[in-house]
Every structure is written in structure tokens, then in C-alpha cells.
Design a protein around this ligand. Sequence first.
Ligand code: IPE
Ligand code: IPE
Ligand code: MG
Length: 253
Amino acid sequence: MPGSSTTLVIPDNTDVPRHLAIIMDGNGRWATSRFLPRTAGHVRGVQAVRRVVEACGRHGIKYLTLFAFSSENWRRPAEEVSLLMRLFIQTLEKEVNKLDKRGARLRIVGDLSAFEPGLQKLIREAEARTAHNSALVLTIAANYGGRWDILQAMRRLLEDRPDLAQNPADLNEAALAPYLSMSYAPEPDLFIRTGGEQRISNFLIWQLAYTELYFSPDYWPDFGTAQIDAAIDWYKARERRFGRTSAQLAAKN
Ligand code: IPE
Ligand code: IPE
Ligand code: MG
């Protein structure tokens, strides 16, 4: 049920996450610990992206969302921001063919208006090129912020439904949900953050309401097949109660 809310409808429990969302963190520290420039960590991180895409295919995960650049990452040194933009462009140019062959649909979410026109065009082309695919929906969050998402959704909802400003009691989750930038996907079942920090950093704050949160100490470039499999095994052992009790779940099964 794409877009449906875990606080309104209890999703079916599946062994494998339908939607995996990842904060790919630790590139800079990976590089620094090797006396390399931080940017070398970002370059190396692309390989980990390939590994996780491959793992999704193997596990039958249908939606993969990767946080590539946050709305706060503009605060970084200009050289690092520009390397990240170049890497984004190069990776799009290089990987779109392969993703297409895998049957992956690429979607980019975030405030894309901040990107240079050439990159915006590349993004639109990559999305159009893979729009017919459905084996995996790969979403890249770029210049994304969870608060931005909620605000843009609210603005667009009020444009379509000006009556709501007069009758705020009519405003509900179901009305807002279609305007959130990932309304095409179910909410994430499993969230992974690499790099040891245990925070959300303004990622999908609305959509993570009932997501299982997994934190790995490994830096993103070191996150390989074994680590991905361990996270999925951990997920399979969770009891997702969605507000109910364990006894209720046992009675249902
Ligand atoms: C994540 O790695 C990549 C981006 C934010 C683009 P970092 O660059 O945040 O790496 P650390 O956290 O400084 O090690
Ligand atoms: C979050 O990582 C953003 C991405 C991975 C793209 P950061 O490294 O920017 O997060 P904070 O600022 O340390 O929380
Ligand atoms: Mg970081």
C-alpha cells in the first residue's frame, strides 16, 4: 500500500523489509582515518551504494531510499559541496544504464530547485529513462530535509484545498500524505544509519514514525554484504507491534 500511514493502517508483517531507508554516514571519517582527503571517502562510498542495491535484489526489497545530501549539508566547505555535486552527476551518468538493466526505477526527492540546471536536467532524464521499471524503486534524497518535506506538502495541500484554512479540523493525515515527497512508497520498515551516530539528522522524520531503527558503527564505505545481511537478520527478529501488545500479536498468528 504505497503511501499508507503506519499510524492509520497496520501494515502486513513481512519477513523482509519492503522499504529500506539508509543514512550513508561516515565517509569523511573513513577517509580521515586513512590520512586521505574526506572527498576520497565520498568517492569510495559509491561502491557501497552498488553493494546495497545488489543486496536489495537478492533479498527482494522493493524500495531503497538513500540519503545522499541533506538540506543542512550546504553548510560544509564549498570544495566538499562541489565535489559531492560532481560525484552525484558522474554517478548518475555512469550508473543509470546499469540500474535500468536491473529493472530499477530511479527517483530523486528533495528541493531540486537549488541544483544547477544541468544537474536538474540529468535528474529528470534519469527518472524518465527508468520510469517503466518496477523491480526496485531506488530513491535518492538530495537537498532533502524532513521538515522541508512536511512544509512543502502542507503548502501544496493548502493550494489545492484552500477550504482547509477555514476549517482546520478537517485537516488530517490522510489528506496530507499524498503531498509528501515519497507518497509513492510505503513508509520505511527498516532504517539503517552507518558511521556510529544515533540520530535522524532531519531525514524522513514523518515517514519514520514506526520504522525499526538500526545503527551500525561501520563507516559507509566499509558497509558490505555481510553488514547488510546482519541488519536484515536483526530486522527479522523485531516484533513490530504498532501499538498493540505481544499477546494480541500471538493470538493473531
Ligand atoms: C556522509 O558521510 C556523506 C554525506 C553527508 C554526503 P560524511 O561526510 O558525513 O562522513 P563523516 O560523518 O564526516 O565521517
Ligand atoms: C546526514 O549525515 C546526511 C547524509 C548522510 C546525506 P551528516 O553527517 O550530514 O549528519 P550530521 O550533521 O552529522 O547529523
Ligand atoms: Mg556525517
